[in-house]
Design a protein around this ligand. Structure first.
Ligand code: GUN
Length: 293
């Protein structure tokens, strides 16, 4: 068994981005600028956004954090989105999800200009992705594709099982891995909470992408010997032995599954850091107007 070190790979890619930013600075070109909107104080969201802003600084991007509390109205948030759409200095922005219950996430996502939608959540980007047109790929699937590519994982003709059908991970991942491309050309099965005999489906997989959001859902008896396991889960479980009172675990029972897998991503230090790197790559692409003029 070998481990896919997402943390190390993300650092390598950030160094590559940093070099490119230095070059842009030398040439007095536009420095990529990412804005993040954070509503309320969901601890996980705070931590993700902090990591995104810190990573921007690390690679030499400009960043703007807009924080508002839970009492913000939907219209006030839509006004912020409109301003960011129009602000020329900002190349791309994200509105961190989930949003408070009184705000319609879909309405907010639809209000983002697809040109600045570096999360790749807008239906225009999703549709372009589905048709293989240039677009911003959603960060987590993009990070997973990069991991498969850099670790030279063979994907053609492989049977890939994606667990979970979210708009952010499962659904786009299933489309991307079935594309006529590398990584891709997989035979993909997407399984979810209503799937009958989920274990039997997972057992047939050469590649498992676990994005179901349930701690340790995938156990060793469910996976085939030699499978490649990509664990997207970032679940907080209580742990009094830790100073912060919790630890992070994936959707996969790592210790037992790793003894059967040929390659596996750990949690933390696997998919998570790659998600942030992908957002940086999308922002760089936005600043260079590579996809939309
Ligand atoms: N919430 C969980 N993942 C993401 C993400 O990739 N982008 C945004 N905006 N919110 C999220």
């Amino acid at each position: 068994m070998a481990v896919i070190d997402g943390k190390a790979l993300a650092e390598t890619i950030k160094l590559e981005i940093r070099e490119e930013v230095l070059l842009l600075k030398e040439q007095r070109k536009n420095i990529p600028h990412l804005a993040a909107v954070l509503i309320g104080n969901n601890p996980a969201s705070e931590s993700y956004v902090k990591s995104k802003v810190r990573s921007c600084e690390h690679v030499g991007f400009e960043s703007t954090l807009i924080r508002k509390d839970d009492s913000i109205t939907e219209q006030e948030l839509l006004d912020i989105v409109k301003d960011l759409n129009e602000e020329e200095d900002i190349d791309g922005f994200i509105v961190q999800l989930p949003l408070p219950k009184h705000i319609d996430e879909q309405k907010v996502t639809l209000a983002i200009d697809p040109k600045k939608d570096v999360d790749g959540f807008h239906p225009v980007n999703f549709g372009r992705m589905a048709q293989g047109l240039p677009c911003y790929l959603p960060a987590t699937p993009f990070g997973i594709l990069t991991m498969l590519e850099r670790y030279k994982v063979e994907t053609e003709g492989k049977h890939c099982v994606v667990l979970g059908r979210s708009n952010i991970v499962g659904s786009p991942m299933s489309i991307l891995l079935s594309r006529k491309a590398y990584p891709g050309n997989c035979t993909v099965t997407l399984v979810h909470s209503r799937t009958k005999d989920l274990s039997a489906e997972i057992k047939r997989a050469d590649i498992v992408i676990a994005a179901i959001g349930i701690p340790h859902f995938v156990t060793a008896d469910m996976v085939k010997e030699g499978a490649v396991i990509i664990d997207v889960g970032i679940n907080r479980v209580e742990d009094d032995s830790r100073r912060r009172g919790y630890r992070l675990v994936g959707d996969v029972e790592y210790d037992a599954v790793s003894s059967k897998a040929s390659l596996i991503t750990p949690v933390p230090g696997g998919v998570g850091p790659m998600t942030v790197t992908s957002l940086l790559l999308n922002t760089l692409s936005a600043s260079k107007k590579e996809i939309y003029s």
